[in-house]
Design a protein around this ligand. Structure first.
Ligand SMILES: Nc1nc2c(ncn2[C@@H]2O[C@H](COP(=O)(O)OP(=O)(O)O)[C@@H](O)[C@H]2O)c(=O)[nH]1
Ligand SMILES: [Mg+2]
Length: 171
């Protein structure tokens, strides 16, 4: 899925970041936390809502213009994920820290790592009892940085943007 990775930033300092993660890990919430004006495509599903295309937040940060895309987490949307991921500079994997990394999330992390895509794992939902940062760090297997966040309270979100810019700058 990651054959088309952008290694350079254009003259407008535009950076494409794509958020992955299983169903209900908090991708849409994180992207809304970055920019509350986020455009989303959600439909009613069961007792809640689910993303059927992608979310997009645009955020100026440290001299860069970050385009943050969210992908649908369900298995059957693999083609949509591939389309949204095209030409990305960096990726984040949003994980629900109360359930640990899913096999799907571990698979995406492995694929990102194999293709040398700069990546951060976000241990989301740190505000909930039962959230474990250690477990997510173990699950990630030391292949990339793991940052604790809460998309509900906003904890850690600014640092994620700092680190993404650092990763892209480092190439
Ligand atoms: N307590 C808590 N709930 C969260 C957090 N992030 C997301 N949620 C909730 O988890 C559910 C799924 O979130 P959503 O952003 O739609 O997940 P997505 O399927 O990955 O886009 C929603 O009910 C959110 O309100 C968080 O950091 N803390
Ligand atoms: Mg969503």
């Amino acid at each position: 899925m990651f054959e088309n990775v952008a290694r350079k930033v254009d003259s407008g300092n535009r950076v494409k970041v794509v958020a992955f993660g299983s169903y209900h890990s908090g991708k849409t919430s994180f992207i809304r936390c970055v920019n509350p004006d986020t455009l989303s495509t959600e439909v009613k599903s069961g007792s809640g809502t689910t993303t059927v295309a992608f979310d997009l937040a645009i955020k100026e940060h440290n001299g860069y213009r970050i385009y943050l895309f969210g992908t649908p987490g369900q298995d059957r949307f693999d083609v949509a994920r591939e389309v949204v991921a095209f030409g990305l500079h960096a990726a984040i994997i949003v994980v629900d820290s109360t359930r640990g990394m899913t096999e799907f999330e571990k698979g995406i992390l492995g694929e990102l790592h194999a293709n040398r895509v700069p990546c951060i794992v976000l241990a989301n939902k740190q505000d909930l009892p039962g959230a474990s940062l250690d477990r997510i760090t173990r699950d990630a297997g030391g292949v990339c940085e793991v940052l604790p966040i809460s998309s509900r309270t906003g904890q850690g979100v600014g640092l994620v943007l700092d680190r993404l810019v650092d990763l892209v700058r480092a190439g």
